[in-house]
Design a protein. Structure first.
Length: 461
């Protein structure tokens, strides 16, 4: 009786099934294997090179075993997902199509996972079209196509890929975006590496998306948000792009703990560019070695706090920006700390400027003298750009001294910090700043020494 019950249970309860087959070197065989799988099953692709396109229209797991390469054929996307709750991992996609509208991978479903997929493309890497709650993780997307490897005996290395532009005798290829979100909400883009694309990650008319721990280099905009709300850019890196992060017509964005480094090869390069951005937070980012560290234009009610702007040509530039809070940032070793044009009613307070000469009489770690930057250089070079050659020349310094800034064109910190943020934090239990105690100790010692010298001089007489 127990045997009969066990047999019945095994027959009724479904278990995940793995489908595998001998290497199939054509698209029809691979697509047939996917079509024959039941929802929830795992389809394992044996090591080898295959021809696309392939399409997934049901929830299943598609994974490569070893070095699995899928090449483009025809004009369709190499991989299309038109299902919810599908998983695709451990594949290499080589897409040689030129200037086709569809990306190498197109997702039109929700709650899908794409993981450890390498894409070498002449266009866009991945498109999410009205696709929500998807996760793209640990992918490598490179603009251009590598020649297929003849050795398929090794595992895919997703961390090392060399860009090789193919010989092209047809139309000139136009770069696409690495990852393109179109009307796609609440997706997670995590730990991906993108190189040599138009925009690394482009988000348009899409809300509540999270970008974390990604790395984008050698592209136009590393991270580009257009018409979005409630997006998060957390812990990412942008290096050697034209602009590290560009936010336009965006509200309630959270940009924290990113690194934007060496965006400087283009005359219009910036670490972070905000245009028509409202109610957003730019906090605790490292903005280093860019032509302009932070540029804000026509942006209001944003909080810029705790950022380190270092070794930029211009640390911060404001243009038509109003009612923003700029506090507790550090401006270090910038050629020009900051500039402003027609930017009024911004609250600048408690920042550290390494070029400031301040005085702290009450020991609160803030200078009793404000720090103000003169916009004369920006105004003059904006009208006559060749005048940039005379930067910091004696004549410019003299003219700058005669130029009086108005409240709408100046950057003025009413209570600048006397030392970098990490140097003024208290280490004592009573909350007294360490630096203040040090200054008081030195002052007391100097006073005692002065009294002693006077006393000895009197005695000698």
């Amino acid at each position: 009786m127990r045997c009969l019950i066990a047999s019945f249970v095994l027959a009724v309860i479904p278990f995940p099934v793995t489908i595998s087959a001998a290497p199939l070197q054509d698209q029809k065989g691979l697509q047939s294997m996917i079509d024959q799988a039941k929802p929830g099953e795992t389809v394992t692709i044996p090591q080898g090179a295959y021809e696309g396109p392939i399409r997934i229209a049901k929830p299943l797991i598609l994974r490569g075993e070893g070095n699995v390469v899928i090449n483009s054929t025809g004009q369709e996307a190499v991989l299309t997902i038109e299902s919810d709750q599908a998983t695709v991992r451990d594949l290499r996609i080589i897409d040689k199509r030129i200037n086709e509208p569809d990306a190498s991978v197109v997702v039109r479903g929700s709650n899908n996972l794409l993981e450890k997929i390498t894409i070498e493309t002449m266009g866009t890497g991945v498109q999410l079209i009205q696709a929500h709650h998807n996760t793209l993780r640990e992918m490598v997307i490179v603009g251009g196509v590598n020649e297929p490897e003849t050795d398929t005996d090794t595992e895919i290395d997703h961390s090392k890929h060399k860009f090789l532009a193919p010989v092209n005798t047809g139309p000139e290829p136009k770069k696409g975006n690495g990852i393109h979100l179109d009307r796609a909400n609440s997706n997670w883009i995590e730990a991906n590496r993108i190189e040599n694309m138009f925009d690394g990650i482009y988000v348009e008319n899409s809300n509540a998306n999270h970008m974390t721990q990604n790395y984008v280099e050698k592209s136009r905009y590393g991270y580009h948000f257009m018409g979005t709300s409630d997006s998060a850019l957390l812990g990412n890196t942008g290096s050697a792009n034209v602009t590290g992060a560009m936010l336009m017509e965006t509200t309630r964005a959270d940009v924290r703990e990113n690194q934007f480094i060496k965006q400087r090869e283009n005359p219009n390069s910036q670490g972070i560019l905000l245009f028509d951005v409202t109610a957003s937070t730019i906090q605790n980012n490292l903005i280093e070695g860019n032509r302009v560290g932070l540029f804000m234009e026509k942006s209001t009610q944003n909080v810029v706090s705790g950022n380190r702007l270092e070794k930029n040509f211009i640390g911060m530039q404001l243009k038509g920006a109003e009612q923003n809070q700029v506090t507790a940032n550090q401006f270090i070793a910038n050629v020009i700390q900051g500039q402003a044009q027609t930017s009024a009613a911004n609250r600048l307070e408690g920042n550290y400027w390494d070029t400031m000469q301040g005085i702290d009489l009450d020991g609160d770690q803030h200078s009793d003298l404000p720090y103000e930057m003169n916009p004369f250089f920006l105004a003059l070079t904006g009208a006559v750009p060749p005048y940039q050659l005379f930067f910091q020349s004696p004549g410019f310094v003299f003219l700058e001294g005669l130029f009086t800034a108005s409240a709408a064109t100046s950057i003025r910190d009413e209570r600048p910090l006397m030392a970098p943020v990490h140097a003024v934090m208290s280490s004592a239990d009573n909350g007294q700043p360490t630096e203040r105690l040090t200054v008081m100790g030195i002052s007391a010692a100097l006073l005692a020494l002065t009294i002693l010298l006077i006393y000895l001089g009197v005695r000698q007489k």
